[in-house]
Design a protein around this ligand. Structure first.
Ligand SMILES: Cc1cc2nc3c(=O)[nH]c(=O)nc-3n(C[C@H](O)[C@H](O)[C@H](O)COP(=O)(O)O)c2cc1C
Length: 176
């Protein structure tokens, strides 16, 4: 699959078939994620791969508060994306520019993760609706670190790919 094919095929899966993603495939996704660019090469990320019955249950419950993300009942592997501290140069850059680069870095890494998953025939859904406290407690995440996202990963129940609903190039682009 070339890059454009992967981009078009990647979509948020909300209908998993129940099969967990294989650890080896998830590790290939983490490998793609770790190669992402980050401010000052700070790499402020850590990935908790939830594969055991207990870990999966914990993450599933943490993303299903207030009736959200019910489709995760059929997802049996998750990756928790933790934002850790970054390098001194990036922190200085943050002070000068007043831009926290860490969540940007996390987004870039997660983007590479989900594309690598697509390339391997896996389906994903990035989840921002989560109970951070629950996840931090369960996986002993340091107080100073943030749980930014969870990636639900597994196999889609159907091969059908939706047409993307996006703004046009004209709407999002200014040429000067
Ligand atoms: C930061 C972030 C948080 C998201 N959180 C959720 C979520 O909690 N539940 C969900 O079903 N989808 C979630 N999504 C998926 C978006 O709804 C989805 O990416 C968007 O509607 C575009 O659809 P597509 O991914 O199928 O192309 C999230 C996506 C991002 C990037």
């Amino acid at each position: 699959m070339d890059y454009k094919d992967i981009i078009l095929k990647r979509e948020s899966c909300r209908s998993f078939d129940g099969r967990p993603a294989e650890k080896e495939k998830i590790l290939r996704c983490v490998d793609a994620a770790r190669l992402a660019p980050s401010a000052c090469n700070g790499q402020p990320w850590h990935f908790v791969i939830a594969l055991s019955e207990e870990a999966v249950k914990t993450v599933r419950e943490a993303v299903q508060g207030q009736g959200m993300n019910r489709f995760c009942d059929k997802c049996n592997s998750f990756v928790v994306v933790v934002e850790e501290s970054t390098v001194l140069t990036s922190r200085i850059g943050t002070m000068i520019t007043r831009t926290d680069f860490k969540p940007i870095d996390i987004g870039l890494a997660v983007s590479q993760f989900v594309c690598a998953a697509t390339e391997q025939g896996l389906s994903t859904c990035i989840l921002g609706w989560l109970n951070e406290k629950k996840i931090k407690e369960a996986f002993a995440v340091k107080k100073s670190h943030r749980v930014r996202l969870v990636i639900a990963v597994g196999y889609a129940a159907t091969d059908a790919v939706r047409t993307k609903r996006r703004k046009t190039i004209e709407e999002i682009c200014t040429i000067r």
